[in-house]
Design a protein around this ligand. Sequence first.
Ligand SMILES: Nc1ncnc2c1ncn2[C@@H]1O[C@H](COP(=O)(O)OP(=O)(O)OP(=O)(O)OP(=O)(O)OC[C@H]2O[C@@H](n3cnc4c(N)ncnc43)[C@H](O)[C@@H]2O)[C@@H](O)[C@H]1O
Length: 273
Amino acid sequence: MATYVIGDIQGCFYQLQCVLEKVNFSPAEDKLWVVGDLVNRGPNSLETLRYIYKLGDSCKIVLGNHDLHLLAIAHGVQPHKKQDTLSDILTAPDRDQLLHWLRHQPLVYYDEANNMAMVHAGIPPQWSIKKALARAAEVEEVLQGEHFIDFLSNMYGNQPNRWDKSLKGWPRLRLITNYFTRMRFCNCLGELELSAKGSPKEGPKGYKPWYLHSKRKAKDTTILFGHWAALEGKTESESHNVFALDTGCVWGNHLTLMNVESKKITTCRCKTQ
Ligand SMILES: Nc1ncnc2c1ncn2[C@@H]1O[C@H](COP(=O)(O)OP(=O)(O)OP(=O)(O)OP(=O)(O)OC[C@H]2O[C@@H](n3cnc4c(N)ncnc43)[C@H](O)[C@@H]2O)[C@@H](O)[C@H]1O
């Protein structure tokens, strides 16, 4: 039995099948962890979502910004934009079942036995893993509750960008969501800079990649994350137990699968279908 973690699929269903075939993935014996952004921008979001959904207990996922964006469009709080490739899901006969399942997925998954966490974007430097799980649970409770459409309507935006435990209501939930699903650069206090999306070298002055802060509180936990295609899978900080899995398949690069135990990487190149 093996456990694999896969980077941002974003509807690249053929590359998903390709990497799983390369490792002889067997849903009956193996486990698959998915770092979020299952859908959008790529060509086959519906097939991807159906496949992951059908894996059932063999699969653990966390939500990414594009998965939340799908929920927001599907529930009428955001328009389907020109660059979104989500119409196949929105018109599918099984859409309600798929969207209900998606909405009940976590923002952070923690494997206590191996002290390993999976999150789409990252864990901000000011939070221990215990704090991060408690904050994630605040959002998950609302997203899975009766007021989830209000949450989706209030989720968008870059403010507030700095944590303060006295934050309340939608601003508090928006910031927690942005940490777990959109963060790349922040300062040591966890103040977010969300406009920069390039490589760490191109980072804004006074900010660093979230995982490079020396006093980061969740340092002892191995963190598996996606979201940041410009990293090309490299964090240059293996000693800090962080593994970047988004290798920009949807941008013409490749999809990355890692064996969680051996850390062996398997990839499949993006090509036109
Ligand atoms: N609370 C909230 N507030 C606002 N929006 C919310 C939200 N919750 C959900 N959303 C959604 O999230 C989006 C905004 O998120 P953002 O994180 O702000 O932006 P994004 O560009 O859309 O992120 P993406 O997930 O595509 O990242 P990637 O690194 O692949 O790509 C980023 C860039 O990297 C570039 N790139 C890819 N590979 C690269 C490489 N090797 N080198 C350099 N650049 C590369 C690409 O060209 C691309 O421009 C919105 O579209 C909205 O739908």
